[in-house]
Design a protein around this ligand. Structure first.
Ligand SMILES: Cc1ncc(COP(=O)(O)O)c(C=O)c1O
Length: 368
């Protein structure tokens, strides 16, 4: 682990030295955007740094409600509710939906916030093979659980793969289940208007599709949210102890989120550009012969079967002043990897340098 000495952007500083940064999740380059920083400062001047109360008691402010309205409009949903983090979104949703399902079917490589949010009182949890609707169907068929809940990441955090949501949704219909998509990495990135994976697959508006989302990645801010019908949002406000008993999102974050949503809404070109850049870089990495995947999101893994190799590559890159972390993380991958992420602000000379260094590595150590 290294200690940042600067804001994150396409470059960062560590120990006062400049590095090219292909890491983190600031896909749209908003985490250090001047308008967003200004909005955070303005909100801080008006409201201080903390409301110091839960939303349920005295912590709800006019700007919370404004942000929730803006998020609902962005998502084309009736209402939205914000809370401390995307991680908590999975706990909150699986908790309030509990009366609607009797068993959980989860992707084997689901994010740890999904696995950690499966309620303890659930009798049966089935892990289907990663992104494999055929295995999911077999499990659904064999077990004949009434009201299954199927949960998956929209974009997988480590490998950047897009879950086959169209096929999964067909199974949700066939088995009268409900679908929960953790779209932490898809919000602002996938779909015509950036609403995430269901929009990307043109799934219909269906009350049985739920999303958990975060403002901490493409939106460059912080905090989780859920949007949907008024009934769903009321359920969160009325039934979720996690929502009710945690301190409200702080003013600078709300100010920042409002400004960032405006930028995302006004500039659809941002997500198109980051996806274009990602595709070009991914194709070039694959052409060099590295093992990656082909889903075209801003997350580009380089996978190795030899556990030590990914770590060594990350160190090699760092020596050339490029940061791209070795992943040693609580998700079942079965392979070791470095995780390259693309920001819309990366310049072509940065990506050329990255490719050049990868080529040097390949010539020395190979790609397996
Ligand atoms: C798939 C996924 N879900 C949820 C989260 C948690 O979001 P947050 O950082 O807003 O708590 C992450 C963050 O790493 C993630 O990758």
């Amino acid at each position: 682990m290294f200690l940042l000495n600067s804001a994150v952007g396409n470059f960062i500083k560590i120990d006062g030295k400049k590095y090219s940064y292909f890491a983190g999740n600031d896909y749209l380059g908003l985490a250090n955007h001047p308008d967003i920083k200004k909005a955070a400062i303005k909100a801080t001047k008006l409201y201080g740094v903390n409301f110091a109360a839960s939303r349920r008691t005295t912590g709800t402010s006019v700007i919370h409600l404004e942000l929730e309205q803006q998020l609902a409009a962005f998502k084309n949903n009736e209402e939205a509710v914000v809370f401390a983090s995307g991680y908590l979104g999975n706990c909150i949703l699986l908790d309030v939906l509990r009366p609607k399902y009797s068993a959980v079917y989860v992707d084997q490589q689901a994010h740890s916030s999904i696995i950690g949010s499966i309620p303890r009182n659930i009798k049966t949890v089935y892990f289907y093979d990663h992104s494999d609707p055929i295995h999911l169907e077999t499990l659904l068929d064999q077990n004949k659980e009434t009201n299954p809940l199927i949960i998956t990441d929209g974009i997988f955090a480590l490998t950047g793969e897009i879950a086959p949501l169209d096929k999964i949704y067909a199974l949700v219909k066939k088995f009268s289940g409900i679908l929960v998509v953790d779209d932490a990495h898809s919000t602002g990135i996938l779909g015509k208007t950036g609403r995430g994976t269901p929009e990307y697959f043109n799934l219909p508006d269906d009350e049985n599709i739920y999303q958990t989302e975060t403002m901490s990645k493409a939106l460059g801010s912080y905090g989780g949210f859920i949007s949907g019908t008024s009934g769903l949002v009321d359920l969160v406000r009325e039934k979720s102890a996690t929502y009710q008993a945690s301190t409200a999102l702080p003013p600078p974050i709300i100010g920042a989120s409002l400004a960032s949503l405006k930028i995302v809404n006004d500039n659809p070109g941002l997500r198109m550009h980051v996806l274009e850049k990602s595709k070009i870089l991914r194709d070039a990495i694959a052409t060099l012969g590295f093992h990656t995947n082909g889903d075209g999101t801003p997350i580009i893994p380089i996978l190795f079967s030899d556990a030590g190799k990914a770590k060594k590559l990350s160190v090699f890159l760092e020596k050339k002043r490029i940061i791209s972390p070795f992943i040693n993380y609580p998700v079942k991958l079965g392979k070791s990897m470095i995780r390259i992420t693309v920001s819309v602000n990366h310049t072509s000379s940065q990506t050329e340098q990255l490719l050049e260094v990868l080529d040097q590595w390949k010539k020395k150590y190979g790609t397996d």
